[in-house]
Design a protein around this ligand. Structure first.
Ligand SMILES: NC(=O)c1ccc[n+]([C@@H]2O[C@H](COP(=O)([O-])OP(=O)(O)OC[C@H]3O[C@@H](n4cnc5c(N)ncnc54)[C@H](O)[C@@H]3O)[C@@H](O)[C@H]2O)c1
Length: 257
């Protein structure tokens, strides 16, 4: 059976863990040529090795710090020059956000790094990929918002995270508008709570926090990276060529309830 992404050159950020890792593996399985990156050489190398063990190929540059413009440019140009085109850019990487309420959030050590690590790195990757995508007549950009782009939390102080994810969603709508004439589509996926090493170590897999999260879900389980990866396959593929400027919640129904 043909893969849904056959022939596509897909750039995926943050392939070392969680959702980016899940997307890189699923994209490779669906026939895309995947060029990943991550700030952690160890984690990205492990994803490449895991892929190989499953008979899949993932190309990767690591370490790449996506908050550094020169690193981003080096990675994107490597992909464009090696494979001749860029069809899909998935901006999955983000730093673990600093969680604190406004009363104690520090501007320099918490607010600013969260904004840079959630928003700036998305802008930088899009900016670097733009000329490559316009050159071949278009492409699909997939960014990551969050449930917290649409609602706050009564349990956790997350003022910077909410602002950062809403900024990604707003930026993506504008990128969709500016990309239209070039055939570039841009959409966001807004995940609910997805089990990754990072979210599990924050105590979301068991105990009181997990109970609270599960209570609010319509579908009574936490997400897994592949739940998100399937949505990213759809938005990256030619199945979604009339969809741009949209936000797709993949959240077990939490925003419906
Ligand atoms: N997991 C969730 O429940 C959830 C919920 C809503 C939104 N999201 C969003 O989905 C995306 C993926 O989340 P995740 O949970 O898989 O994250 P994660 O922390 O599990 O993985 C992020 C990956 O990005 C890499 N990374 C971090 N900073 C980087 C940098 N400066 N340069 C290059 N690589 C860098 C990390 O090394 C890691 O491999 C993020 O944008 C996140 O905000 C996640």
């Amino acid at each position: 059976m043909a893969g849904r992404l056959d022939g596509k050159i897909a750039l995926v950020t943050g392939i070392g863990a969680g959702i980016g890792q899940g997307i890189a593996l699923r994209y490779a399985r669906e026939g895309a040529t995947v060029v990943g990156c991550d700030i952690s050489a160890e984690w990205a190398g492990k994803t490449v090795a895991d892929a190989a063990a499953q008979g899949l190929t993932i190309d990767s540059m690591h370490p790449v710090d996506l908050t550094k413009p020169a690193d981003v440019q080096r990675w994107v140009d490597y992909a464009g020059e090696t494979y001749g085109r860029i069809d899909i850019l998935v901006n999955a990487a983000a730093i673990p956000p600093h969680m604190a309420p406004v009363s104690i959030m520090d501007y320099d050590s918490q607010w600013t790094p969260t904004m840079v690590g959630e928003v700036d790195l998305v802008f930088l990757a899009i900016k670097a990929a733009w000329p490559w995508m316009t050159k071949v007549g278009g492409g699909s950009i997939i960014n990551f918002a969050s449930v917290n782009a649409m609602r706050g939390s009564v349990n956790t102080g997350m003022v910077a995270h909410c602002a950062g994810k809403a900024a990604v969603m707003a930026m993506s709508r504008q990128i969709a508008i500016e990309g239209g004439p070039h055939g570039i589509r841009c959409n966001t996926i807004a995940p609910g709570m997805v089990q990754t090493a990072a979210t599990a170590s924050a105590g979301t897999s068991s105990g009181a926090v997990a109970e609270r999260i599960l209570q609010r879900l319509v579908i009574k389980r936490l997400g897994v990276p592949d739940d998100i990866a399937w949505a990213a396959v759809f938005l990256g593929s030619d199945e979604s060529t009339w969809i741009t400027g949209a936000n797709l919640p993949v959240d077990g129904g939490v925003t419906a309830a």
